[in-house]
Ligand binder design. Sequence first.
Ligand code: DC
Length: 225
Amino acid sequence: MSQLPPVLTIDGPSGAGKGTVSRIVAQRLGWHYLDSGALYRAVGVAASWADIDTSDASALVRCTFDTRIRFVEQGESLRVLVNGSDATDELRLETTGALASAIAAIPEVRAALKERQRAFRVAPGLVADGRDMGTVIFPDAPFKVFLTASAEERATRRHKQLKEKGVSVNFDDLLREIMARDARDAQRAVAPLRPAEDAVPIDTSGMGIDQVVATVLGLLPSQEA
Ligand code: DC
């Protein structure tokens, strides 16, 4: 058994509810939380601030090393500071997600973020949310989950979320973007989106957040949960 603090990895495609579920589960357990997608998004934002072209891989890799990223708890919300500026709202944009997905396909960018992600493994434990948490970053994690939901269901949820924020987007465009991002994340050569062999798959279609949280917590021994 590893002497390192325990990790619960929660991987899956965008919009499967990973972020919300991971945050609540981390809170319930009193564990730390890693939103690994936010790191890729932060690099994307920093690159766009620096006018770096997405085809310029070496500049993007330099940018990954140079970008300072800090997570700051502010009441209920988690703010993300990129090079000292609050980039939380820009980070959540669909365009930033697409940019992050493109940047995340560059192997050297992934390598540059590896140790930063592993540094989040601090006692009493970590809930790590992403695409390759269980396969590449924390392959020895004792608890692994792979959350899925149909693309239509994920697009419906994202559409509702955006509408609540006052952002109006076309449903079909959203569905197309989600499917394109799934395909890019699943087909890239390095650390593609796929469940770890020892991950427990949970299809969240038709499930409420509370139900998913309870299912995930139910996988942990009672002394952890
Ligand atoms: O989870 P998210 O939507 O915030 O992630 C944005 C993009 O970052 C996602 O489309 C692919 C990439 N990503 C990744 O490649 N590996 C991770 N562990 C997390 C995110």
